[in-house]
Design a protein. Sequence first.
Length: 174
Amino acid sequence: MPVFIAALVDDADEARFTSFYEKHRDPALRLAIGYLRDPMLAEDAVQEAFIRFAKGFARMRNEPEETLVGALRALLRYSALDILRREKRDACLPLEDWDAPDTDDGAGELTDLILRLPDGLGHLLILHHVYGCTVRELSVMLRQSPDKVYRRLRRGRALLAEQLKDQGKGGSET
């Protein structure tokens, strides 16, 4: 375990954190490779997720292990999304093996619309609908109640539908 991560955990929790890290590092790395398709980027995502996890570990001291695993998975998805955004890459298809769609299909415009939604709603929609984060995972990651996450997801979908309708893409075009 990297020393800088251990330094983020107080002495009382260090043994439990070290045990958790050793048990869940490899599964987290496999999951990150599945998201990013690049072992080097996956290692970065795992390290970022564990750093974030270590910072909040003391607050989760009394939580059961399955809750801790859920929090780590949510943080890992969030870290992978950050890396993808930084790298400006597609998570699923390597560009060299992919025939780009025609620019007339509007996929780029849809992505832009989603990412321009206010208050981080676009990223929330992506985490939920593309990466499969559950509302529970999102609520842990965002430190918000599940009800608030549900409301934000509904608001994001409604705003996206409204923007699509305003651009003439939400109706039945032929």
